[in-house]
Design a protein around this ligand. Sequence first.
Ligand code: COA
Length: 433
Amino acid sequence: MDWKKEYKNRLVTAQEAIKNIHDGDKVVMSFGCGEPRAIVRAMRENYKNYNNVEVINMLLLGETPWVDEEVQGHFKYNSFFASGTNRKAIASGVADFTSCYLSETPMVLREIIKPRVTVMSVTPPDEDGFVSLGTNCDYIETTLSHCEVKIGQVNKNVPYTYGVARKHVTEFDFFVECDEQLPEVPAPPLTDVEIQIGKNCASLINDGDCIQLGIGGIPNAICEELKHKKDLGLHSEMVGDGVVDLLESGVINNSKKNINQGKTILGFAFGTKKLFDFLNGNRDVEMTPMDYVNNPVVIAQHDNMVSVNSCLQVDLMGQVVSDTIGLNQFSGVGGQVDFVRGATMSKGGRSIMAMPSTAKGDTISKIVPKITDYSAVTTTRNDVNYVVTEYGIAQLKGKTMKERARALISIAHPNFRDELCEEFERRFNEKAF
Ligand code: COA
């Protein structure tokens, strides 16, 4: 087969490619650093040509055109993850939200939502006619095998990644060439609180452990504190720039992994050019879909698996709220529960929930007697194990309700400990300390 001919036959303009999207279609798109922005722009410009097209993805880092007032009725937006760019639209009902463990997103798309069209960013083809899905394998890789119409935006700035991300040009129906800078997620400077949380978390991570790092500011703080460890493994649905130095210096070398030994396994990359450059052409990193990297059974096959995620609130029983504030959808469950469960099942494994003890300039305690009304519990009290703040570590698994409450009060911000103790005394009819 002459792949160059096959590629050329599929090459169209963005305007031509989007003519294959029809009224009533469901269109799934790549997200974050893999946003296919040329196609997004073309769809937005031509919105009048569409009626009732549902666009599905995790989140967009730039504008989310599907929520503009002008396009309502033409497009509707269904997100797997709330963020600054779509939170207001979800709260007001303009956009909708699908709550879903990331490990299940490929299945949910394939068997329940069933989009007809998929759109993603890809690299130019290599000498054998294979493009790479670059920063995102996650849920988008799966859609190549079940969507009827497959469109790739070919962008030379997409890093060429390996693993399951490498796809032959014949797996696509249309290619649109458009080189542009990838959307980036720069890490904000670390706060003193994050640095202390990083130190506390790092004290729970041993040489030879395999780690997962979640979303938010804390993962980068932890990476800073892992510089003196050795032989770490990395099996994580996502990573930001923080891991690059650890990978380049060999602190993470994946040598002790029981499976995928020597390889870093990722679902998607969420960082800046520093991370993209590291990934480009790097065969030590394998991009995999969410039903692999986030599958608790796969995660559990690593001995000494340590998951680190963050949350918004923990109550005195250890119930963890990570993605809602009351009825407001703040983010999404993401891979949190997948990794908590996988790490718990791993021989020698540990799950860590790390958060600052307060929010909003120390006016709100994140350790609370009772979670905010209407908030959804993300990680149950039966799943949670280590909770970490800047004030220390509370180990909850196997602990009674009183022991849990005492452990959590002792890592709460001092300004809130008295009221938490009062609640303890009301609840258990004895002194907290
Ligand atoms: N009540 C009200 N506001 C709160 C709050 C609470 N209990 N806890 C945090 N906030 C506010 C903060 O003040 C901050 O507000 P600001 O933006 O106005 O400053 C905002 O929420 C974000 O808090 P921050 O601690 O900076 O969040 P983060 O970027 O570290 O992310 C989570 C924390 C919990 C939102 C994030 O880890 C998440 O979405 N987790 C669930 C998904 C997950 O774990 N996935 C795994 C990998 S994808």
